[in-house]
Ligand binder design. Structure first.
Ligand SMILES: [Cu+2]
Length: 256
């Protein structure tokens, strides 16, 4: 997590995977700058070289050299290089190489208008059963309250806590419309789609408090849909989870 490309308006990267994303962004911006500068030079050259004073009569033959074909070939080669050399390996690492659940902190992120919720399995690490048939006004997540894990689970709104230096697997879902979980300092983003539970993983590399946004226009108060991801030491995280679990208020506390 060495990269920090503030000149692109990016917050400093604090995830173990973010460097690849940053390098790709910088390379794509570099190529776009090159194309912009190249086209601008060509445009200025054409204005001067082919003005009316120099060319009083139209030329119907047009360009005979192959310079533009070569230039296009070079641009296509650079683009192929970016795709094969940077983009596809990042995709493969992010999507194909998921960390094991045993070595990770597993949480379920549930979006709703206009709030982020994180559902934690608590100290025993087992998620309480949930099913749409249990959904009610006082049980929006559909928890099975007769499940013995119900008391050990807990849900926090807005302010999530995860430990540093360990992969986090977040299953992203939504209670209502399409939202998008975005934590830019961690270069992590995933749409939250009703009826789907989509896994996302990232490894926080630095203790701190980072902003979570909703990156999908989801209604009138979309702009208020902020949260924080608090990255703490492993010890502090265990203490926090133990405190929440032992309170025994149950996963649905706050909604009942
Ligand atoms: Cu939203």
């Amino acid at each position: 997590m060495k990269s920090s490309f503030a000149f692109l308006g990016l917050p400093a990267n604090v995830s173990a995977q973010g460097d690849g994303v940053d390098h790709l962004l910088v390379a794509v911006h570099g190529l776009m700058f090159l194309l912009f500068a190249g086209w601008l030079c060509y445009f200025l050259y054409v204005i001067v070289r082919y003005n009316k004073a120099r060319n009083p009569k139209a030329d119907y033959t047009g360009v005979t050299s192959h310079a533009s074909t070569y230039a296009e070939g070079i641009v296509a080669l650079i683009e192929a290089g970016l795709l094969i050399g940077l983009a596809i390996p990042i995709w493969a690492r992010t999507v194909e190489h998921f960390p094991g659940e045993k070595e990770s902190t597993v949480i379920r992120v549930v979006a709703q208008q206009f709030q982020w919720n994180a559902w934690y399995p608590g100290t025993n690490g087992v998620f309480v059963n949930a099913d749409p048939k249990f959904v009610a006004g006082d049980n929006p997540f559909g928890f099975d309250k007769s499940d013995p894990n119900y008391k050990n689970n807990f849900v926090v709104a807005k302010d999530f806590v995860v430990p540093v230096g360990k992969p986090v697997i977040a299953y992203i879902s939504s209670l209502d419309v399409i939202h998008s979980f975005a934590c830019r300092p961690l270069r992590a983003m995933q749409d939250a789609i009703p009826g789907m539970r989509i896994p996302l993983h990232f490894t926080p590399a630095k203790i701190g408090i980072y902003q979570i946004n909703c990156a999908q226009l989801c209604g009138a108060a979309h702009y208020t849909m902020r949260g924080t991801l608090k990255v703490v030491s492993a010890g502090d995280y265990q203490k926090w989870v133990a405190g929440k679990s032992s309170a025994g208020a149950g996963a649905g506390a706050g909604y009942e």
